[in-house]
Design a protein around this ligand. Structure first.
Ligand code: UN1
Length: 511
């Protein structure tokens, strides 16, 4: 399936959509609305969407709770049929979704499309799980007994999602949740409410029963907070900032039953060892640093390079970085779209200023772009700096910039490379470029990460792998492969086939 931008695609661009919430199978307005614009062109209004109040979040949770009774009674195979329907709808509407993702969140079309393809893969993968074992039978100490472990749903799942993968990330958690018999309320990002509305329409087209899946749009302070703190929500999935993730975990800790799964970003790195294939190294580093304008949780803000090849690497990396075309993602020659909003731009400027203040040698002084093609968007060009010697306790080398801000750090050999890599509070994604299987293994075993790559960028995970990090990157749970673990209770069930009771552990039965 190709990803070129044709005039047909341009005809799919949406404007002035009146997005609504999807609660209990009905389309409803909120008490107030907010506007969503294209970050590449703020004069392009994608639509307006409800700012959902606490009371309306409560309605959505009530609808999900009511639908739970009958949804959980269906078999896994029956629920998988609905998910398969959704896969077909996503395939049917792939282009329309891709254009919407590109125009509402700014990622170039190829990336917008990859987001939707990732969503489709999630649906295909999860639907397949409907026919896999949902538990297993175990032997008992007592020959006449059988023991079973079964997965049962937990109840209502609340999902708070970010803007950067506005179609894929809501599905990573919601589809395994639904398959297992839970019902769901999704809070979409305030940057991409129209993508959320469009996804809700796809669920409606797929024929899910009313109340099983609900969508609300709004901000974090009211809408997200109301969902996260709601006492009738059993599981919260959160992808976003570390500060908010921690707050949600702390508030949930007050309730015995509530489980929170978090994915909270990273200060990821590409480690380029002395024997690296430089073609791979340069390409991997550039994709890791600047794809999605550095706005992936798994983007790399650090390239850790063995000093023996640092000069050669840096020259080639800069050559390529200078050629990065920045602009509207519907222009096929563009590699890097805008930052999501003026705050994103300000964060990038702050990190760049810190890099200068903390002694980084500036190699490419990224600029806010204001020319005729950029005047209405949040555009920045790549910022690259260097620390010839590693400097501890800096802001710029330790804090996530979520923007095209990238350090090249010179190190002596494998062990220093891994020490520098580990010197952040995060541990999400890591790539190592080497031809030496022993070195790769050392990195594999000594670096802290949830996603590791060899001779690849630190981005681009596939949906059937675990996705999540360690340390400050969260508790490692959010994506499809791992999601069933915490979206279900594994219950123990023991059945006696004898005419009398015989207890395990030699426990007496005489009264
Ligand atoms: C994110 O980084 O916010 O691994 C999600 C990737 C994508 C998902 C990224 N499949 O790059």
């Amino acid at each position: 399936m190709s990803a070129t931008v044709t005039p047909d695609l341009l005809s799919l661009v949406m404007r002035d959509v009146k997005a609504q919430n999807y609660i209990n199978g009905e389309w409803v307005d909120g008490d107030s609305t907010f506007v969503s614009t294209n970050p590449a062109n703020r004069t392009h209004v994608i639509g307006t969407a409800p700012m959902t109040s606490r009371a309306q979040v409560n309605e959505a949770v009530k609808a999900a709770r009511a639908a739970y009774t009958s949804w959980r009674r269906l078999s896994w195979v029956q629920r998988a049929e609905f998910i398969d329907n959704l896969a077909q709808v996503l395939k049917r509407d792939l282009e329309e979704f891709s254009v919407l993702v590109t125009t509402e969140c700014g990622k170039p079309y190829n990336e917008g499309r990859a987001d939707v393809v990732e969503s489709l893969h999630t649906a295909q993968y999860v639907a397949g799980f409907g026919r896999l074992p949902t538990g297993h039978v175990l032997s008992s100490e007592i020959p006449a007994k059988d023991a079973y472990i079964l997965r049962k749903p937990k109840g209502v799942v609340g999902i708070i999602t970010p803007w950067n993968f506005p179609v894929a990330i809501p599905l990573w958690g919601s589809l395994p949740a639904l398959l297992a018999g839970n019902t769901v309320v999704i809070k979409t990002s305030e940057e991409t409410p129209v993508c959320g509305w469009r996804l809700a329409k796809a669920f409606e087209d797929a024929g899910f029963p009313k109340g099983v899946i609900n969508f609300v749009s709004g901000d974090g302070e009211t809408t997200g907070d109301a969902l996260a703190r709601h006492e009738d929500v059993d599981v919260i999935l959160f992808t976003g900032s570390r500060a908010v993730g921690k707050m949600i975990q702390q508030s949930a800790a007050a309730e015995a039953h509530k489980f929170v799964a978090t994915e909270l970003g990273g200060k990821n790195a590409v480690i380029v060892l002395e024997d690296a294939n430089l073609d791979i190294a340069v390409n991997a580093a550039l994709l890791s640093a600047f794809k999605t304008a550095g706005q992936r949780c798994v983007s790399s803000g650090r390239i850790i390079v063995d000093r023996k090849i640092e000069g050669q690497f840096t020259e080639r990396f800069l050559d390529l970085a200078k050629r990065v075309r920045v602009g509207d993602g519907m222009d096929p020659s563009v590699f890097m779209g805008p930052l999501i909003n003026p705050d994103g731009l300000a964060k990038w400027q702050h990190h760049n200023a810190k890099a200068k203040e903390e002694g980084g040698e500036i190699l490419l002084d990224g600029q806010v772009l204001t020319g005729p093609d950029h005047v209405n968007g949040n555009f920045a060009s790549p910022f690259v700096y260097r620390f010839a010697q590693y400097k501890e306790n800096t802001f710029c080398l330790r804090q996530e910039a979520f923007s095209p801000h990238c350090a090249i750090i010179g190190v002596d050999g494998l062990e220093e490379a891994v020490r520098v890599y580990n010197d952040t509070e995060y541990g999400l994604s890591m790539a190592v470029i080497t031809e030496d299987f022993r070195k790769w293994r050392y990195v594999r075993d000594h670096a802290d990460y949830g996603l590791g790559y060899v001779n690849l960028p630190s981005i681009g995970a596939e949906v059937h792998l675990p996705f999540g990090g360690v340390k400050g990157s969260g508790n490692g749970n959010p994506a499809a492969e791992t999601a069933l673990e915490y979206l279900t209770h594994r219950v123990a069930f023991t059945v006696n086939h004898a005419e009398e009771i015989v207890m395990a552990q030699g426990l007496g039965t005489k009264v």
